[in-house]
Design a protein around this ligand. Sequence first.
Ligand code: ATP
Length: 296
Amino acid sequence: MTAGISVIGLTKTYGDHTVLDDLHLTFEAGKIHGLLGANGTGKTTLMSLMSRHTFPTRGSVLLDDREFGEDPRQAQRLCFIRENQLYNDAFKVRDVLRIAPTFYPTWDAATTTRLVDRFRLPPATVVKKLSRGQRSALAIVLALGSRADFTFLDEPYLGLDPGARETFYEELIRSYGAQPRTIIMSTHLVDEAAPLLEEVVVLNQGRVALQAPLDEAESLGLTINGSAVALDGWLRDHTSHQELTRRTLGPTATVTTLGPLTEAARQAAETARLRVSPTSLQGLVAALGNSNHEAA
Ligand SMILES: Nc1ncnc2c1ncn2[C@@H]1O[C@H](COP(=O)(O)OP(=O)(O)OP(=O)(O)O)[C@@H](O)[C@H]1O
């Protein structure tokens, strides 16, 4: 049995546009996963499919090894507050917070009250009159308040100022520490959010470009700079390093690669007078987004 949420052969097309292409992935239970990748690469679509806001063209979603839809109670185990979440036009913040617990048997009233206070959400304001950041804060309150076994956070900080983002990170850790569960969060603020993540999935053009524990993912990106001829020789000798992006300036090249750096490979680079430095996770995600890389 695989505890967690799995997708098998998941494909989503809109007309002749294949947004997700035969995805096979498992998000292990009880971890915080980062879902990363360039704009339009299918992160929101994947979350929508995993939470049944949208239906796949092909493939299936399994919750703890059971096909989604087998048991109506499965829906209560998931929480996905979409970025463009629709609320009843007349609803005030307090109406949304009054109704939300009826959807989630695991609702955590104490966390909700504290978060409303910390984000200074105005209870008597109609939701559609909230600012962009306040709408994000409300979505965070609902997502963390739900304490759902599988919680999806889709760029949860849109419009949040740096102080509010800090509050979000603190509260996410606090809530997760009190009740570990499966949290899948998409974000473009990769390096800022990285300390929260245990596992990383990078999508590229609707396919999985990388899935790895955070520390491994952080060690796989390298920036190598030096003579283009020497660099090409090094890359030929070290085929476990895949070139993702390249900039050339005269005879000099700078390449971003994906692959584990062995001591022998590091020494070979030194001998060839190549400068090797680690690429941040943000840099690696950007390079994957600009390459045609697909996970093996
Ligand atoms: N309802 C829809 N009809 C047609 N195309 C859609 C629909 N929903 C999403 N798409 C397309 O699917 C692709 C992936 O969109 P998605 O929102 O999943 O990307 P994303 O990775 O979340 O992007 P971002 O980082 O910009 O939020 C985009 O090209 C988008 O235009």
